[in-house]
Design a protein around this ligand. Structure first.
Ligand code: GLN
Length: 446
């Protein structure tokens, strides 16, 4: 713990932490030593981790990287961070992210951008950018992330670490600040597939407090790392070979195919015909749900309050001052697509297309066990030169959102470096609740 705290202090310029809890961590480490000495250590006892600042943590400031949650100290612990505590982890603090997890570059944080340890002029990805940066910089051994449309996998790719988005329902959402409830899923971010597998085991499990939590057994995920993928059927979806794709990403993908073949897998081309509609579908559904979830920030119950003449004034002033630009944009899009005149044309249509995207995967998984794709269309880009145009930013999510819409598990595996020396990642997707096969295949790619 001392070594990781020292490294976290040394890498402060990355702005990976919103709240540091180093003193508390030292106490937790001592308690962990005592548990170890007494022979009752948990599965992750004494492991220094960071918690994305979207998880409510009892007694510790929780901001969601938003001004509107100023001073919000929860009186309760999210199920997932609570489970990690029960497994013995030592938390070094709360990690930076895009405000309410809306973004893919960590540029939309009220607390300023987190930076990529490979090159601090670059973004770490998002929304779990602080988590990816902290793990990659060795400031924590592992971190929690959340993934609504790629926020675990894409920052994993940009920072050269493993990020695992489990099946929707695998980890409880209870106590996680909600972005888009039908998509949000917590997962581990770590240096190796094995670490991620172990951590997932400590995060997952049925929770009656989350109505979408799945009542399925939690296997020993690390046991899936047999190193043996002989006979495994791997699908390569032709629709992911998008026009004008970065040739380095194409080459990486081809290399991934070769690795899996060399390890005895059978690689076949598959079709996911509705892929081209996934991004637009996601950017209707996610803002719709966000606009509803964010209605609770009214200046009465949480954080910031800007007083006004009337109650309505207070609501308006608080929300105007409390939300950042991207969050406001999404609330506007969300309320628009849900409004009486447009509901059928946008929201309902998006729900239908979502079902088609999910069906594509169901069909594909009748033929293959896992699917291999790139995680992101480019390596990390510069903070200064990040696209101003929100749609250009949204395009970075093209490979990650389909799996989110379908609720299936996906992992980013660091797979090599770009010609500029930046990490690139490949994504492996699997059947619902078959994280084990995803982990097994990922283990071979490492
Ligand atoms: N980049 C996507 C978005 O902006 C995904 C975010 C996420 O997964 N939380 O919505």
């Amino acid at each position: 713990t001392d070594a990781y705290i020292a490294q976290a202090e040394k890498t402060r310029s990355l702005n990976a932490f919103i709240t540091e809890t180093f003193d508390k961590a030292r106490d937790e480490a001592k308690a962990s030593d005592a548990r170890r000495a007494a022979g009752n250590a948990g599965a992750m006892d004494g492991i220094p981790v960071g918690i994305k600042d979207l998880f409510c943590t009892e007694g510790t400031l929780t901001t969601a990287a938003s001004h509107i949650l100023d001073g919000f100290v929860p009186q309760y612990e999210s199920t997932v961070s609570g489970k990690l505590k029960a497994a013995g982890v030592v938390s070094l603090g709360k990690l930076n992210l895009d405000e309410f997890a809306m973004g893919g570059a960590n540029l939309h944080s009220y607390y300023g951008p987190a930076r990529n340890p490979w090159d601090p002029t670059l973004v770490p990805g998002g929304s779990s950018g602080g988590s990816a940066a902290a793990v990659s910089a060795r400031a924590v051994m592992a971190a929690t992330g959340t993934d609504t449309g790629g926020s675990i996998r894409q920052p994993g790719a940009y920072c050269g670490i493993v990020g695992l988005k489990p099946t929707y329902g695998r980890c409880s959402r209870w106590g996680i600040v909600a972005f888009a409830s039908s998509l949000d899923q917590a997962g581990p971010m770590a240096r190796t597939v094995e670490d991620a597998a172990i951590m997932l085991g400590s995060m997952a499990g049925f929770d009656p407090k989350d109505s979408t939590s799945a009542n399925v057994a939690v296997p020993d995920f690390a046991k899936a790392l047999t190193g043996d993928i002989r006979g495994l059927k791997v699908g390569v979806p032709k629709e992911y070979r998008v026009d004008g794709m970065n040739p380095e990403i194409v080459a990486l993908w081809d290399k991934g195919v070769e690795w899996l073949k060399a390890a005895g897998a059978e690689v076949v081309e598959i079709s996911l015909p509705h892929t081209k509609h996934a991004l637009a579908t996601y950017y209707v559904i996610a803002p719709a749900e966000a606009s509803s979830n964010l209605a609770r920030y009214d200046g009465v119950r949480y954080g910031l309050r800007v007083p006004g003449e009337t109650l309505d004034d207070m609501y308006e002033l608080t929300r105007a001052a409390g939300f950042g630009r991207e969050v406001k944009r999404r609330i506007l899009i969300g309320t628009y697509v849900l409004s009486a005149g447009y509901y059928d044309a946008y929201y309902l249509k998006a729900q239908r297309v979502r079902a088609l995207v999910a069906q594509d995967f169901t069909e594909a998984f009748k033929k293959v066990d896992v699917i291999l794709t790139p995680t992101a269309p480019t390596p990390a880009f510069s903070i200064e030169g990040a696209p101003e145009d929100p749609v250009a930013m949204y395009l970075n999510d093209v490979f990650t959102v389909p799996a989110s819409l379908a609720g299936i598990p996906g992992i980013n595996v660091p797979a090599g470096l770009s010609s500029g020396g930046l990490p690139l990642g490949l994504q492996i997707l699997g059947r619902p609740f078959d994280e084990e096969t995803v982990i097994r295949a990922a283990g071979v790619m490492e």
